[in-house]
Design a protein around this ligand. Structure first.
Ligand code: PSU
Ligand code: MN
Length: 320
């Protein structure tokens, strides 16, 4: 490092606040699972967002780990939110008179911190914050990926690059089916990100089990996933891995039904000129309307399912 880079010690520059329960867990060396907050602010409607966030945290505790939901509140990076802070972030009425809550990725996480803004963290930003806090496992719904029509729009989520850079194991239900899944898999392969089907040979497609694509790798236990990540670290490999966990059978929606809603949602996005960061939140909200709430029910079920597996992986990593 050069003298200039050392001028500001990172610990002094980064104002990172831990909730009491996360601080206690980290101090005691207990397993911790990171959670993102974009699902809360941009991924689900009120009040389902708050109810889901609370349920997901409870599931992680039931499975022997401590949940740490990550967000930037007034420029402070929070690792773990109290129930009051979670409710404040989730309830749109709380922000009615403020600047909009930002959707933060790698490029703008430090912008929000430096500007005293409030923002929720996407998969990419949550990975960065989790790694800075010493948390190695993270549960989400679905990662971002290559959007359909990316050959024209160049819309590829920063989540994919982050997976190749930051050593956090991300548990999801596949890439969101609104994306181009074959292209998403290709980019992950190029970036050297392991994509693992948990108990399945087929890549799950978020709301559905069937994607028609093979999962590049398969593992059947949390212990095996923990050992795999340990081998990557032993090799000195940077970056994380993506665990794709099919949602419970009872909550899975048939692929053809989902596909027709997706096509309608994509048409609505084009008609409304939706671009950039707004695309994913717009499509998720349109899916909820078009499916009359069925996509949201499945989305809740898959996040809860991922939280459970992430806690089991954190426990397994801890006992290695
Ligand atoms: N999974 C969900 N709901 C969401 C997201 C994931 O079930 O809202 C969010 C994640 O935060 C992910 C983001 O990082 O969508 C991807 O956005 P984009 O395509 O703009 O990179
Ligand atoms: Mn994008």
């Amino acid at each position: 490092m050069t003298a200039t880079q050392n001028a500001i010690p990172p610990s002094a520059a980064l104002n990172m606040v831990f909730s009491n329960s996360v601080q206690t867990a980290l101090d005691a060396g207990r397993p911790v699972v990171a959670l993102e907050s974009t699902i809360v602010t941009h991924g689900m409607p009120w009040p389902d967002n708050l109810n889901t966030a609370r349920k997901v945290e409870a599931i992680i505790r039931e499975n022997g780990a401590e949940p740490a939901t990550i967000a930037v509140l007034g420029g402070t990076l929070h690792i773990g939110l109290s129930d009051a802070l979670m409710e404040g972030l989730a309830n749109p009425a709380e922000h009615a008179n403020d600047q909009p809550v930002m959707k933060l990725s790698r490029a703008d996480l430090p912008f929000a911190i430096s500007q005293g803004r409030t923002g929720s963290t996407t998969v990419a930003a949550t990975m960065i914050a989790a790694a800075a806090a010493g948390i190695g496992v993270f549960a989400t719904g679905g990662v971002g990926g290559v959007h359909r029509g990316a050959e024209m729009s160049f819309d590829v989520s920063a989540d994919l690059q982050e997976l190749s850079r930051t050593a956090v194991t991300v548990v999801c239900a596949g890439a969101k089916a609104i994306l181009d899944l074959p292209k998403t898999l290709e980019v992950l392969e190029t970036l050297g990100v392991p994509v693992i089907g948990y108990g399945t040979d087929e890549l799950p497609a978020f709301w559905s089990h069937e994607s028609g694509l093979s999962a590049p790798l398969r593992l059947d236990t949390a212990e095996a996933i923990a050992r795999f990540q340990a081998s990557r670290i032993a090799l000195g490999l940077s970056g994380g891995m993506l665990i794709t966990n099919p949602l419970p059978k009872a909550s899975a929606l048939p692929r053809e039904t989902v596909e027709s809603w997706i096509e309608d949602a994509l048409r609505l996005a084009v008609k409304n000129g939706v671009e950039g960061k707004d695309v994913t939140p717009f499509l998720l909200s349109a899916m909820n309307d078009l499916s009359k709430g069925q996509s949201l029910v499945a989305n809740r079920a898959l996040i809860e399912n991922n939280a459970k597996l992430a806690a089991q992986i954190a426990v397994a990593m801890h006992s290695l």
